[in-house]
Write a protein that binds this ligand. Structure first.
Ligand code: GDP
Ligand code: K
Ligand code: MG
Length: 298
């Protein structure tokens, strides 16, 4: 890693918020590449992942997190603990909300978690493109004022307002070194992102319990002079889920495969042959060994 120039700033920005407010979409826009998958489904983001933005003035390491729910059960408590540890280990917190909907209990719950943080907090009002009249901003602005937070309003989808947000983030960073090589955009291995891009298509094409029951394992990557061959297993928990994923005449698996291949081609900037097969792994979500095997930090 090279030496950063005089006066260079750097640091870690934790992106937190309720599920589906657009945390991952925002991180992708900021780093200029799809490093985290996005979808209208909650729990799309399962792992804490980093996206790296390097400009001539600063290096920002974004930490994208799974959404925070009010805990109603054991797992919820674990998620909140994880979020709290994420908050404790960053230099700036970017608390993202969806300003096209009213401020509710979920956001207030997160605001309470943030009351005792020592680092600067920026309240990001996302989905500005979707906002109707009357404007719902005032409650969010009041909340930020009461807590002494900075406010930024933007659309992660269109990119409107993201540049001022980026400036505000950099202003809140201390002088520091390059933590990562300047050309790196994520800490995730390419292999893991390939699996995520397949999971994203499953999230977009199937419904209800199927998306939450899949785990992708990239079993082999074969690089040839003109094409990269990727062999991936889609693990599900029950035979019925396998049936749904394959579909009548294997049409579902084909649709998912074509769309995922396109995304993987963009990622590696080359031609890809993608082979998918579906495996039943009963209760993989309860198995620590399996979770680790599928790339989840446990
Ligand atoms: P996360 O769960 O907070 O990471 O949210 P995602 O990034 O996965 O986004 C959830 C959904 O909101 C996806 O369907 C996105 O396309 C959509 N979305 C994200 N940002 C915006 C935005 O600025 N405007 C609109 N209209 N939709 C957005
Ligand atoms: K989501
Ligand atoms: Mg996400």
């Amino acid at each position: 890693i090279p030496m950063a120039p005089e006066g260079y700033r750097s640091g870690f920005v934790g992106i937190i918020g309720r599920p589906n407010v657009g945390k991952s979409t925002l991180m992708n826009f900021l780093v200029g590449q799809k490093v985290a998958i996005t979808s209208p489904v909650a729990q799309t983001t399962r792992n804490r992942l980093r996206g790296i933005l390097t400009t001539p003035e600063a290096q920002i390491i974004f930490v994208d997190t799974p959404g925070i729910h009010k805990p109603h059960h054991q797992l919820g408590e674990v998620l909140v603990k994880n979020a709290q540890s994420a908050i404790a280990s960053v230099d700036v917190v970017l608390f993202v909300v969806d300003c096209s909907v009213e401020l509710g209990g979920g956001d207030r719950f997160i605001a309470n978690l943030l009351t005792h943080t020592h680092c600067p907090v920026i309240l990001g009002l996302n989905k500005a493109d979707q906002q109707g009249y009357p404007s719902l901003d005032q409650d969010y602005i009041d909340l930020a004022q009461a807590q002494g937070w900075t406010v930024a309003k933007f659309s992660a989808l269109t990119g409107d307002g993201v540049e001022p947000l980026q400036t505000a983030l950099i202003e809140n960073l201390e002088p520091g070194p390059y933590y990562y090589p300047p050309d790196l955009v994520t800490d995730q291995p390419e292999r893991f992102i390939m699996g995520e891009l397949i999971r994203e298509q499953i999230l977009l094409h199937t419904r209800e319990e199927v998306p939450h029951s899949v785990a992708i394992a990239i079993e082999r990557i074969q690089e040839e002079p003109t094409i990269t061959r990727v062999f991936a297993a889609i693990n599900v928990e029950r035979p019925s889920q396998k049936g749904i994923l394959i579909g009548k005449g294997a049409t579902m698996l084909k649709t998912i495969g074509i769309a995922a291949r396109e995304q993987i081609q963009k990622l590696i900037e080359g031609k890809v042959h993608l082979e998918l097969f579906v495996k039943v792994q009963p209760k993989w979500r309860q198995s620590r060994t399996r979770l680790a095997e599928f790339g989840y930090r446990i």
